[in-house]
Design a protein around this ligand. Sequence first.
Ligand code: FAD
Ligand code: UQ1
Length: 448
Amino acid sequence: MQSVRIFLQNGRGACISYSSRMFSSSSRADQKSYKLVVVGGGTGGCSTAARFCHRLGKGKVAVIEPSEKHYYQPLWTLVGGGLKTFEETVRPTSQVLPKDCDWIKAKVVNFDPDNNKVTTSDGQEIKYEFMVVTMGMQLNFNLIPGALEALKNDPQVVSNYAPWTVQKTFKAIKNTKSGNAIFTFPNTPIKCAGAPQKIMYLAEEQFRKNGVRDKVTVLYNTALGVIFGVKKYAASLLKVVEKRNIKVNYRRNLIEVKSDKKEAVFEDLDSGKKETFTYSMLHLTPPMSAPDELRQCKKLVNEAGFLEVNNETLQSTRYPNIFSIGDCNSAPTSKTAAAVASQGGVVFKNLTALMNGRPMQKKYDGYTSCPLITRKGRCILAEFDYNGNPLETFPIDQGKERWTMYHLKADVLPVMYWNGMLPGRWNGPGFYRKALRLGLSDGRTKQA
Ligand code: FAD
Ligand code: UQ1
């Protein structure tokens, strides 16, 4: 065993260095050991594995991922809206992982960060020198009594958030002829905070096309107190809901679905009162959390159960050889694939520096983006940082509904995802944002 100096960066960028043990990349039958273990082979996991396989070579990187299928989740909004097929969003995991990594097809069930090892659902112990945790979010439909039963048995209760229900959405939209079409937003952090309303806009448009709009009441029942967290885009969306006669009920949290009576029960989060709505269609966004296997490792997570990282370096605040990317970390930004792209670039630079005994210099600014589709062919491209300040790529007003941004979302980004992001070649649009301004500005503007 060798000893190596590694650096823990504090909030002000200074480095605290200390010693740790380093493993050789050997492998025994009962215990494998890797230079880098990546937990989760989703958006963040594939791109991280690709970058480090390229850098470290064959046999040095393992990805622990239980699923045979990889999903391009951002396209599920358009699948639900009848504008793309589900098949376009799925590829075999074997095709999207880099060929030089070892794919361990299992779940991590236990983290042991003091001993640099994880245990998998098939009983293997995997040791690592460095680890990147990219486990995404867990969908907790089970926390709403009646929701799972309704999703299984009622064709009019749907959700774009899971691969096993997204294909129901468009059928339910087409079957809605009258009554309340209700779209929910839960009382937890979620991935892609715009998705619960994007599908509502596509549904509303379809109701018009089907000639039933005057008989359908469209309701957005959200646990939040605002329509969107960034003022600039909230102002644009408020105009959209007003123009389209969509009723927004704030601070309403779905607490039960009674599909036998076609009823959805909400709690008013301010008064605590219960309110029951009948529905003819119900689009659920489930409460979400970090996966249980991560949440139960109290040494790694914050109080909310997310892997606690330094917001700038994305390094664990407690274990310097652990980093985290994406939906399962504590970085206080909106959880999206766009955020994963930026975070991936930062973690690659910082972890490479750490591996080579150099200080970490790359800082994540919270960049995230949400393409808010408002109808077929129209999209408001929200992009912002940790402070909620718009950080727009294009030198035009992205607060407007635009055809170009729809085309980017529907046709360009999927190609970029499969061919640029997953192979580790896309770090987000930061470079282009500056280039499009001839390097004279970073495109940052303050919230109004
Ligand atoms: P994921 O890509 O979800 O990957 C997590 C992986 O970890 C999974 O493969 C899972 O199987 C694995 N895993 C879980 N538990 C374990 C375990 N115990 N052991 C090992 N592996 C485990 N983002 C955008 O940027 N733009 C959009 O327009 C957009 N729209 C969206 C619309 C919808 C309907 C949805 C659902 C998401 C959308 N997103 C969008 C969000 C985006 O898809 C996610 O933020 C992104 O995929 C997060 O990447 P990740 O690597 O953190 O997690
Ligand atoms: C992005 O980088 C990304 O990841 C590939 C997304 O997920 C699919 C996005 O939705 C967006 C908007 C971006 C940002 C990219 C550009 C070109 C603005």
